[in-house]
Ligand binder design. Structure first.
Ligand code: NAD
Length: 357
């Protein structure tokens, strides 16, 4: 199978390869769909085992960005970049500047910022060569830590879950298990503690889980037990692929609502959860707070925290609409969300046939 076959299978429109020998930069940029606007997506740096693995990852991630932007009504297309290399060994300021020069050359077709293996500070360096950088620290004119709106969005999403399942958004007394108390998980735990929820936490960094738990009066369990805790809501805030053929039959929760990207290992896993009567809040909607913030930096009227908060709050209504649609059609919320996005892309594609001049 060649690259064109892979692109055809995923519905991608463009793939670009960057190579800069003095810094050792090897990067791949994929545009999945730019119907809604210029590509917006982070740049991941990872020691992929092969070129094929890097390509597969960038194709999957860029498609995810199309769905995420469309689902929360942002006029950006789906794109993503991956740097093939080990961030601990190969990342240098010069390599980030080299990436910046390539992105600058695209003249605004692609905006990027941090992802796994890259930091906002790396992009402060790339920004020396490039105007199309988002998600910078506040000191560099950016919106700051994106895990703040991401955690808020997940909290509002859980309120939607509570509203749909139990008739009230109140999370008081609800038992919630959080997998991973990193940047998002810890902030989420604090919101839930304030709302009176009962928390169970786990992190592979057990000292970290213990510190957060002591402060919030939460229970700590081993990382390999967290998914199977009897609880109202399970909140994956660490890894992707954790909802699968093996784990789903063993879950003891009524709903899954968390920040991790790509929680479903395969599309069928959305259906598996549905069959078990577990309500799933589609990850690309509930975790969109961070994207909402970086996209706001590009608003021609300037960045506004109030608008970021309002759009993040709207995640609750979006999820309620998706749950209602799924119920009405007898499909899973994951399928309902995909349908809504695909319909929207078709409608916007249609109306853009109108020439405005
Ligand atoms: P992070 O690296 O700060 O936190 C992840 C935490 O999970 C770490 O504390 C890590 O030790 C822990 N962890 C890893 N494997 C684990 C396991 N098997 N069991 C329990 N804990 C484990 O990352 P983050 O920024 O908090 O992001 C969390 C998730 O949310 C990621 O999947 C990320 O892609 C996604 N996400 C983050 C944002 C954001 O704004 N930061 C936005 C959208 C999605």
């Amino acid at each position: 199978m060649g690259i064109f076959d892979d692109m055809a299978r995923g519905g991608h429109e463009q793939v670009m390869f960057f190579r800069e020998p003095t810094t050792g930069l090897r990067a791949i940029l994929a545009f999945h769909n730019t119907v809604l606007g210029p590509g917006l997506g982070g740049t991941r740096m990872y020691p992929y085992a092969s070129e094929e693995e890097a390509l597969e990852d960038v194709l999957r991630l860029s498609k995810g960005m199309t769905y995420k932007s469309a689902a929360v009504d942002l006029d950006f297309g789906g794109a993503k970049c991956v740097i093939w290399g080990d961030p601990r060994r190969d990342k240098t300021p010069e390599l980030m500047r080299a990436l910046g020069r390539f992105v600058e050359g695209l003249k605004g077709r692609f905006y990027t910022g941090t992802d796994v293996g890259t930091t906002p500070e790396d992009f402060a360096v790339a920004a020396k060569e490039c105007r199309y950088i988002v998600g910078l620290p506040k000191a560099y004119g950016g919106g700051g830590d994106s895990s703040v709106p991401t955690a808020k969005g997940v909290f509002y999403g859980m309120q939607a879950v509570a509203q749909f399942l139990w008739g009230s958004p109140d999370l008081k007394g609800r038992r919630i298990a959080i997998q991973g108390v990193g940047k998002v998980g810890e902030k989420l735990a604090r919101h839930l503690h304030e709302a009176g929820a009962e928390l169970i936490l786990a992190d592979v960094d057990e000292a970290r889980a213990k510190t957060v738990a002591e402060e919030l009066g939460a229970q700590v369990v081993a990382p390999d037990e967290i998914l199977y805790q009897p609880c109202d809501i399970l909140s994956p805030c660490a890894l992707g692929g954790i909802l699968n053929e093996e784990t789903i039959p063993r879950l003891k929760c009524q709903a899954v609502a968390g920040s991790a990207n790509n929680q479903l290992k395969e599309p069928e896993d959305g259906h598996r959860l549905h069959q078990r009567g577990i309500l799933y809040a589609p990850d690309y909607i509930i975790n969109a707070g961070g994207l909402i913030q970086v996209a706001d930096e590009l608003d021609p009227r300037g960045f506004h925290e109030e608008r970021v908060l309002a759009k993040t709050l709207a995640i609750k209504e979006s999820l309620l609409r998706i749950f209602a649609l799924a119920k009405e059609k007898g499909i899973s919320p994951a399928e309902a969300a995909d349908h809504l996005v695909e319909e929207k892309l078709e409608t916007i594609f249609g109306l853009r046939k109108v020439r405005p001049f």
